[in-house]
Each structure stands twice: as C-alpha cells, then as structure tokens.
Design a protein around this ligand. Structure first.
Ligand code: PMP
Length: 304
C-alpha cells in the first residue's frame, strides 16, 4: 500500500513527504493525544470532488471539543482551504485524505493544557479497503474485544488513543481468516466494526444501531438519507447479535470501506451468501453519488 505523496501539509506549510517527521518526545506519540479524520476525494465529471468535506471537518472539531483541547487555532473554513491546497499540490484526482491534529510543542505528560496542537494533512491514492472479491461480500466475526464503553473513551470522537481497540479486533479477525470484526458494546448489543458502521436488511426494511455507542459515521448518515430518497424505511434501534445471523442482508459502510456486503458472520451464511438486492441498490446509489452522478452529489461534493 503506497501512501507516498509529494507533500504533506504541516502547520500551514507544504512539506516534502520525506521531511514530514515529528520528534520522538511529541506527547501525542506517547499518550494517544490526537484526533483525526478519514475523507475521500473522487474523480467526477466536474473534476475531483471531496465527499462531505465540511461534515468531516466539523466532526474533527467536535473530536477536539470532546477530547477537551481548549485552544485550537484553525476554523473549519481554514482547514477546508488547507485540504484543497494539499490535494492540488499533490496533483491527485482521487485520494484518501488524512487530517491529524496532535498534541505537540510541550513537555511529555498527561495534561492536555501543557502542550499545543499541531495539524498535519496527508493525501494518498487508496483503492478499496475491504475487498469483497468474486463472491461480492466479506466474511466477518464477532470480536471477543468489546467496543469502548462510552464513558471510558468517547466513541463520538476520532481520538487516536481510542484506536488500539480497533487495532486488536481487526488484527485478531485477520489472523483468524476473516476480513473484518463486528464489535459489541459493553451491554452485549451490536455497536460497530473496527472502522465501519453496520446496516441490517430484513423484510425489505433497513435497520442500523442507535448512535449512542458508535462513531456517528458520515457514510452511515449518507446512506440513511439516500435510502430514504429511494423509498426504503430506515429504523435506528438496538440490534442484537442473533438479529445479524437471521438478517436477509448485512452491509458495512465507512469512508475507507465505502459500502460493502457481508456474506458470512461467525461461519453462518447471511441470506443468499452473496450481495443482496437492497445492498446492491444502496451500493450503486453510493458510488453514483460520490462519483458525481447521484441526486445528492451537488449537495455533498466539494470541489477543490
Ligand atoms: N466507526 C469507526 C470506529 C470508524 O473509525 C469509522 C471511520 N471513520 C466509522 C465508523 C465510519 O465513519 P465514516 O463513515 O464517517 O467514515
């Protein structure tokens, strides 16, 4: 996976890729004191378009607020301009965009107020994250690692220090021969995957979990809206593990994963064992939209 590019934007300047380094004593590196976003830019008939850039940057600022950083020197508009500048400087038509705000410039320690936030923005070409292969769906397991209790690390914030939970679940799933892990919350109900939210299709209706114990995915929100546009009923309610096993269809969604069907969970075939018709329709609407040919494309694409 080549993540190289020409430049990384660091605190207001475009820095050559090899020179975009941080010091060993940076507090963020030791204590997970950072917040980040994952965003995608797609090639469209009107040029490169960033999908829901403003919403992603607003969530970045929300992550800062939840984490408790009190002074942050950039507005959403300034960050948006910086993302545009980074994409243009790297000359990429389609890319993944990674803004990271990390606590630097201060002594090593646990006090957020003792260090100052730095900002970096990287972009690179990145294809499909979860490969559905010929079967058109992936195999997943329910992880033995529980998703965070919302009062341990905050699930609404993309704080770097939250992600070892996902790293352990993802690594275990891959080592066990699965493509992804579904994580349950501390009460045993379905929460989300390591980097995706989840939808269930049953009896022609779509179900997705409540927002309280998950990261409020922007892809999830987009799919709820598009499914509504297409006339599907979408119900947000608690989902149990056995409801997954008896679903007609299950699919995952996220910026990196986009929209991908699940064909097997814990060695149980889901529905027909292939991508189901409603997942296929939602996936098509998603790709039409991000590539500039959907009903919501004008509203959701931001052209650098
Ligand atoms: N849950 C988690 C834990 C994630 O890291 C992500 C990826 N940001 C998602 C869900 C999906 O969110 P989005 O659709 O905004 O990328």
């Amino acid at each position: 996976m080549a993540m190289e590019s020409k430049y990384i934007w660091m605190d207001g300047k475009l820095v050559e890729y090899e020179k975009a380094t941080v010091h060993f004593m940076t507090p963020a590196l030791h204590y997970g004191m950072g917040v980040f976003e994952g965003i995608r830019c797609y090639s469209t008939p009107k040029g490169s378009g960033v999908f829901r850039l403003r919403e992603h940057l607003e969530r970045l600022i929300d992550s800062i607020q939840i984490f408790g950083v009190r002074e942050f020197p950039y507005t959403v508009d300034q960050l948006r301009a910086a993302v545009h500048e980074t994409i243009k400087a790297n000359g990429l038509k389609e890319c993944y965009i990674r803004p990271l705000i990390y606590m630097a410039n201060g002594p090593l320690g646990l006090n957020l107020d003792a260090s100052k936030p730095s900002v970096g923005i990287a972009v690179w070409e990145w294809g499909a994250y979860l490969n559905a292969g010929e079967e058109g769906g992936i195999k997943v397991m329910i992880s033995s690692f529980t998703r965070h209790h919302p009062n341990v690390t905050m699930t609404k914030a993309k704080v770097t220090g939250n992600y070892p939970n996902s790293v352990m679940a993802k690594t275990l799933a891959l080592r066990a021969g699965f493509d992804e892990a579904i994580m349950l919350d501390p009460t045993g109900l379905v929460a989300e995957c390591t980097g995706e939210n989840l939808f269930v299709v049953r009896g022609g209706k779509l179900y997705t979990t409540l927002r309280a114990n998950i990261l409020e995915g922007i892809t999830r929100d987009s799919i709820i809206t598009m499914a509504g546009d297409m006339g599907y009923q979408v119900i947000e309610e608690p989902i149990s593990r056995d409801q997954l096993y008896i679903a007609d269809e299950v699919f995952l969604c996220g910026t990196a994963a986009e929209c991908v069907a699940v064909r097997e969970i814990d060695f149980r075939t889901i529905g027909s064992g292939k991508m189901g018709p409603i997942t296929a329709a939602i996936q098509k609407a998603f790709f039409d939209t991000v590539r500039g040919n959907g009903k919501r494309s004008t509203e959701w694409l931001d052209y650098p």
